[in-house]
Design a protein around this ligand. Structure first.
Ligand code: FO1
Length: 315
């Protein structure tokens, strides 16, 4: 008997985590693997910070600060306040509970556990059942090339608040980083029913994952459908610098650009209903309500994505 159908989601950032949450709550247990970007990771205050992994963990665990999208709700800031008083680096906001998770991750990594193993332990502790898989356990770091020179990701994103104009983005370690074996296994499995790219920044969240060989090639040659949800709605990003970066790199800030960027592997690009005109111009573009303010909208978008996968499969 063939294994039950399962799905692979690719995500990074706050918007991506919301759809990952909708998929995890819609699909049966064990039917979802979530590949997560680690290009934002960095060493800070001797901690190993993995923002996109933590945003998915907290969001699926119902612990996320819903206003910010990252970090935890009901946080306290005692450590950071004292750190500031002592003259430490306080530009990257770390709450007390968040620091506890980073301390544990640091300790586990130093004991020799992989990032995948540490993430699995944290997911279990936080009651998250979906499989959260770093795209690689090797070092991968996003570098943003700006008109002020190259910036490490968090320097660009947090310290400089995405102000410098972006010329290009590259990923240190991409040549040697090995695709997470559990993701490679999912892609090779005959019971993989579909792949869903969550609405994440194409340059900062999706591109670092695609840079890990042979992910892009595997997606392009998959038998099952690949559906990508556009993070750009009516010319702007709901959160973050995606639209600004598109303009700076000479692309139109549009779901049509997402369709172009993913032309070699995405069968369908789901744009928001505000972009219905784009669907008329491009048969790969479909439209639906894609903005997720509530949990209900996360579930609705997940259902739409799964239905599009089924429609594309012809089942
Ligand atoms: N984003 C900010 O804009 N400012 C912060 O101070 C900040 C702290 C932070 C702490 C933990 C964490 O997991 C994420 C954090 N983020 C912060 C978001 C982080 O920069 C992510 O990389 C973005 O969400 C993009 O993925």
């Amino acid at each position: 008997m063939r294994d039950a159908p399962h799905y692979l989601a690719l995500c990074g950032g706050v918007g991506g985590a919301k759809l990952a949450d909708g998929l995890a709550k819609t699909l049966p247990e064990g039917a979802l693997r979530i590949a997560v970007n680690v290009g934002d990771d960095f060493e800070h205050l001797s901690l190993h910070i993995s923002p996109d992994l933590d945003t998915v963990l907290y969001t699926l665990g119902g612990l996320a600060n819903r206003d910010q999208g990252w970090g935890r709700e009901a946080e306290s800031w005692g450590v950071l306040d004292e750190l500031r008083r002592l003259g430490g680096d306080d530009w990257f906001l770390l709450g007390d509970k968040d620091i506890a998770l980073h301390l544990l991750r640091r300790a586990r990594l130093d004991q020799g556990l992989s990032l995948t193993a540490v993430t699995a332990e944290l997911a279990t502790r936080l009651g998250v059942k979906a499989k959260i898989l770093p795209i690689t356990d090797d070092k991968l770091r996003t570098v943003v090339e700006t008109d002020e020179g190259p910036l490490a990701f968090q320097d660009y994103f947090v310290r400089r608040r995405c102000a410098p104009a972006v010329r290009a983005v590259h990923f240190e370690g991409a040549e040697t980083a090995r695709l997470n074996p559990q993701i490679a296994q999912a892609l090779a499995s005959p019971s993989l029913a579909g792949v869903i790219l969550c609405p994440s920044n194409p340059y900062l969240s999706i591109a670092p994952m695609l840079a890990v060989q042979p992910l892009r090639q595997s997606l392009a040659t998959l038998d099952c459908p690949v559906v990508a949800v556009s993070p750009i709605v009516a010319g702007s990003a709901l959160k973050g610098p995606a639209a600004k970066m598109m303009r700076e790199m000479g692309h139109a800030p549009s779901a049509a650009t997402i369709a172009e960027l993913y032309v070699d592997f995405a069968d369908i690009v789901l744009a928001d209903e505000a972009d219905a005109d784009l669907a008329a111009q491009n048969p790969r573009i479909r439209t639906a309500p894609t903005i997720m303010h509530s949990d209900k909208e996360r579930l609705a978008l997940a259902r739409i994505c799964l239905d599009l996968v089924k429609e594309k499969r012809g089942t």
